[in-house]
Design a protein. Structure first.
Length: 367
């Protein structure tokens, strides 16, 4: 082990150093401590255990299973801080605030990176993050945090690892024939078969390319409906990146939205009929064209509309800033959907903390 250089000699040895560290973090405003004081993660236990507990375990021998809520809190930390599987294991060992949040006291209790991947994969396959999002949204409703005074819809890119394919491979993927690629053929030797199967595992045939404002994006798109008063996410949907924002209005509107204003940016122009059909009042920023620029009156109207519509950008701003962006490190639509569902859940939980701290008057039911 490399020798550590001590630049400042401690004034005295302290047996309560860890306790002092926790107190210092608390005094500085530990966000995880604030979250834990307001949200009881035990509310998620039944849904988590339904998926994670092994019902076929016939013996008590061997190492006991890791607690389901503990593993969810690990995955929660991973998404909030934008960490990979190896990084989250390292950071739990290294950071006092992480161990305090998880209730972990020794290194032996820290789940390794393979366990984190395995548990997240199990939860992703059956849509558990959607279930937890709905469960937390019910809690928010019980707190009186559903104001039917207007909704906002917009979308953000969910970047995926870029693929290096040939033109012919990309063509077949765009045609929807990606599954026909990288399959073993008759006459292939064992090594070739293994190579093709491993290659296919690392190919994302669901993600797509698109261009917006001269910037190229690859991956998926997360569509969000937010409440304009609370800035809480009420519903979401994941698509490939090439799907236009305006094509995902109906899937994220609900029966309870009827009669309300729906704020949209200029990308949703000419979709007024869809909004009206859903029983809502479309308030869409007008769009200028090369030979038909906006008038001063239209620009003034757009500014008025944008004062409300921009609140959804605050949602995306938090995701991009505090949560290190919306992205997937995995392959396929199933995992992209799970990742964005988890992103929306984590955002809502921290937004609830912010409301308690800065806008407590919005919480009409204190029970």
């Amino acid at each position: 082990m490399q020798k550590t250089t001590i630049y400042r000699k401690p004034m005295k040895e302290n047996l309560f150093e860890e306790e002092f560290t926790v107190n210092a973090l608390s005094a500085m405003g530990n966000p995880l401590e604030q979250l834990s004081s307001l949200i009881d993660f035990e509310m998620f236990r039944p849904a988590l255990e339904e998926v994670l507990l092994k019902s076929d375990c016939k013996t008590a021998a061997g190492r006991p299973q890791i607690d389901a809520v503990l593993m969810f809190k690990v995955i929660f930390l991973q998404r909030y801080y934008g960490l990979g599987d190896h990084q989250i294991q390292y950071q739990i060992i290294d950071r006092t605030s992480f161990r305090q949040f998880l209730g972990i006291h020794t290194v032996d209790e820290v789940p390794d990176e393979k366990t984190v991947w395995k548990y997240r994969e199990q939860l992703s396959k059956v849509g558990t993050f959607d279930t937890l999002f709905d469960q937390f949204r019910t809690l928010l409703d019980e707190k009186g945090l559903r104001f039917n005074e207007g909704k906002i819809i917009d979308a953000t890119f969910v970047e995926a690892p870029k693929q290096r394919n040939t033109r012919e491979e990309n063509k077949r993927i765009k045609e929807g024939n990606g599954n026909s690629l990288w399959n073993p053929e008759d006459g292939d030797d064992e090594e070739t078969i293994k190579h093709k199967r491993n290659k296919k595992k690392h190919k994302d045939i669901d993600a797509s390319w698109t261009k917006k404002r001269d910037e190229t994006h690859y991956g998926y798109k997360g569509h969000v409906k937010g409440d304009h008063k609370t800035k809480l996410i009420e519903k979401y949907k994941t698509t490939t990146a090439k799907v236009h924002d305006s094509n995902v209005i109906k899937p994220i509107l609900e029966e309870t939205d009827k009669g309300q204003d729906l704020y949209l940016d200029a990308g949703y122009v000419k979709k007024e009929d869809v909004v009206i059909e859903a029983g809502m009042n479309p308030i869409i920023c007008e769009k200028g064209y090369r030979n038909k620029p906006l008038t001063d009156e239209q620009k003034a109207n757009n500014r008025t509309k944008s004062k409300v519509r921009c609140r959804i950008e605050h949602i995306f701003g938090f995701i991009e800033g505090a949560m290190n962006g919306s992205f997937v490190r995995s392959i396929g639509m199933m995992r992209a959907e799970a990742s964005f569902a988890l992103t929306c859940l984590v955002y809502n939980m921290f937004r609830y903390v912010q409301i308690n701290k800065y806008q407590p008057q919005l919480i009409t039911c204190k029970g």
